[in-house]
Design a protein. Structure first.
Length: 312
């Protein structure tokens, strides 16, 4: 039996989609009165505190999101393997977001927009893409896909990750020693890291102060499409106001929805989207986990299992 447990959005369409693709395998929903001992798989997004109650025969926890931090932080997460969502359309969506924001900043969108508002004909010259270095933090599925999309556009690329990666066209830095060197040559910093105790708060004033200055006339840029807890928003506000950062594109926030009284809303060089850079598509996600459940029931191994020690 598959138990569907989705919070923050309507759970029923997910259960209906799984019921169709998995039939005759039974699919139930959180809160519908099923016997928890019959549950073999739970498909979860932001689980409530009692989400795993009584699930003594669990074979796997299936994460609706690519980011598994909400599961990993759950105080009663069972010992069963946790499987991440990995899909081509999800990676493409994220790379679309990154490309849009990187090119917008490289072409000095903020300057031209403010000149337009003031009816000013300012012929400032945007730097060539090849003279702008994009530094990607987190070189997993999403980081590598973003690099693959940005490379053909001419950007210089560097990546920073837990272990050094060998990726064509990307200068690789590894933690912890490589961090300052990585930042020192980065004009546009893109965060696609998993959220773990090691990466929480990594987008802070000290980090911003180490980015390269001089290539983008307004100052270096930060793009965060990973998790809000990666960023210190008070530091972002200060850095955007005092010119430490030229601009920021933020899809995620310490508190979501971003509170109406957050100063970030009104900062001209801050570009806000409501956690939509790479939303899991219902069909793609249901097809992916249906294949995984069916293969596993047939004796196959689970793919993309989270390493509990690493936290992703
Ligand atoms: O934030 C969305 C995800 O983790 O997929």
């Amino acid at each position: 039996m598959l138990l569907v447990h989705v919070t923050g959005q309507d759970q029923a369409p997910w259960a209906a989609a799984f019921a169709e693709t998995l039939a005759p395998y039974p699919v139930v929903q959180h809160g519908d009165g099923h016997d928890p001992a019959e549950v073999e798989y739970i498909f979860a997004w932001k689980p409530v505190p009692d989400a795993f109650e009584g699930l003594g025969n669990l074979k796997a926890v299936l994460s609706m999101g690519a980011g598994v931090d909400a599961l990993m932080q759950h105080p009663r997460l069972p010992a069963a393997p946790v499987v991440r969502f990995v899909a081509d359309d999800l990676s493409q969506r994220m790379s679309d977001y990154v490309v849009a924001h990187v090119t917008m900043h490289q072409r000095l969108f903020t300057s031209f927009r403010s000149a337009q508002r003031a009816h000013r004909w300012d012929q400032i010259k945007p730097p060539l893409a090849r003279d702008v270095t994009v530094g990607i933090m987190g070189m997993g599925e999403l980081g590598q896909r973003a690099a693959q999309s940005l490379g053909p556009l001419g950007f210089a690329l560097r990546g920073w990750s837990r272990s050094r990666k060998s990726i064509d066209g990307v200068t690789s830095f590894a933690e912890p020693d490589g961090f300052d060197a990585f930042l020192g040559g980065t004009d546009i910093l893109v965060n696609l890291l998993p959220l773990t105790p090691d990466t929480a708060g990594i987008l802070n004033r000290t980090t911003f102060g180490k980015l390269r200055r001089g290539v983008l006339p307004g100052g270096p840029v930060v793009i965060n499409a990973a998790r809000g807890k990666h960023q210190r928003e008070a530091d972002l506000v200060d850095a955007l106001r005092d010119g430490t950062l030229g601009a920021a594109s933020l899809d995620v926030f310490e508190t979501e929805p971003l509170p109406a009284d957050s100063p970030l809303w009104d900062i001209e060089n801050c570009y806000i989207t409501p956690h939509i850079s790479a939303v899991s598509d219902i069909k793609s996600c249901v097809d992916y986990f249906t294949r995984i459940i069916q293969a596993h029931e047939g004796g196959g191994a689970l793919p993309h299992v989270v390493d509990r020690a690493r936290g992703y």
